[in-house]
Design a protein around this ligand. Structure first.
Ligand code: FAD
Length: 321
């Protein structure tokens, strides 16, 4: 028996979520008195993969070839399932990212496993039964899911589990990809990266702005504030619908769900659909000229005033710091 964690990388660098799933998988493995093994697919150096040893991973499988350089859902799922079977994994852990959300249900089918998506804490384990807390109803509630299948697939929300270094080293091994041509019925032909900026779902700080910014020409101050803070930028739905910002930045019930340490909302009213995507942020700062804006009800810190006056002052103060 073992715990298998699926590790993601971007351009050959382990993603922050990789360390999070490694820690989460290791902590489950400790409870089960077994080992945590990682699997990485695609181009990444052995030096980079060996970093996982410090997070309690005992062995890292790596598989790559030209067909696997970009994410292919069916093929990646076949590989993760094969590794899980080879290692007799009773738990497979993934991050609840774009890839994780695509892989998890396929894995659950292939492994005849129960699935929990969007976990936010370690399971309570009682024999073969896991009780796992996850977010539900667009982050408005926390559900406790009971899974008692022999194999369990769990995806964890980015930024919901504390990464811990425990020391140690991992053995690196190549894994032979058990893929067939039918696994490549859908392939990604080209990836056009819209931005080199910090990935929004994984960002620790998010600077987000809404219709209060009046138009796309005013976003330079939002970007500058984000840059000074090392933050990702985000926006409300009407802003992306109007084409002021890309849809990839739209946060909320119908957009991306974020749980950063700090969420700064500028000129956003705080409609329930927007809050659904940000309510698990650890600290929320709201800047709005309307003291009655609903966002203030969930804010940890609020500044009532004109964003066009406050944001430049904030940037100036942060730069001087
Ligand atoms: P507004 O509601 O227009 O608010 C602008 C705010 O800016 C106001 O509070 C105003 O006081 C403030 N402001 C104006 N000028 C300034 C200034 N100079 N300085 C400071 N503050 C200023 N919305 C989402 O964001 N995400 C979703 O996922 C989402 N999903 C939806 C799903 C459904 C089914 C529906 C019906 C709606 C959804 N919406 C979503 C839309 C949502 O209901 C709101 O309409 C939207 O969030 C409002 O965006 P906003 O706050 O940017 O704009």
């Amino acid at each position: 028996m073992s715990v298998l964690v699926y590790i993601e990388n971007t351009d050959g660098q382990l993603k922050k979520s990789a360390f999070e799933v490694a820690t989460y998988g290791k902590d489950i493995a400790t409870q089960l008195n077994t080992e945590a093994i990682a699997l990485s697919i695609g181009d990444i150096s052995t030096d980079e993969l060996s970093k996982l040893g410090a997070y309690g991973i005992s062995k890292v499988y790596h598989v790559t070839n030209d067909d696997l350089k970009t994410f292919v859902n069916q093929a990646y799922a076949s590989i993760v399932a094969a590794a899980a079977k080879q290692e007799n994994a009773s738990v497979v852990v993934l991050s609840n990212t774009f890839s994780g959300k695509g892989l998890a249900p396929r894995l659950a089918t292939k492994l005849e496993a129960g699935i929990v998506s969007g976990a936010i804490s370690l399971p309570t384990i009682n024999g073969n039964t896991f009780e796992v807390q996850k977010t539900a109803f667009s982050n408005k509630a926390i559900a406790t899911v009971v899974v008692d299948s022999a194999v369990k697939v769990i995806t964890i929300n980015p930024n919901s589990y504390t990464v811990k270094e425990v020391g140690g080293s991992a053995a690196l091994e190549n894994f032979t990809a058990p893929v067939q041509s039918s696994d490549f019925s859908t392939v990604v032909k080209d990836i056009v990266r819209a931005t080199d900026k910090i990935s929004l779902p994984e960002a620790e700080i998010v600077v987000s702005a809404g219709r209060g910014m009046k138009g796309p020409e005013n976003w330079s101050m939002i970007e500058e504030l984000a840059e000074v803070l090392g933050a990702a930028t985000a926006c409300s739905k009407p802003v992306s619908d109007a084409g002021w910002r890309p849809h990839s930045e739209h946060v909320g019930q119908t957009g991306i769900v974020v749980s950063p340490n700090l969420y700064i909302a500028i000129g956003i009213s705080g409609a329930i659909q927007h809050l659904a995507g940000v309510s698990s942020s650890k600290t929320i700062v709201v800047i709005n000229k309307d003291p009655e804006a609903p966002f203030f009800k969930v804010a940890d810190y609020g500044i009532v005033g004109d964003a066009f006056t406050i944001v430049p002052k904030l940037i100036e103060a942060l730069k001087a710091h």
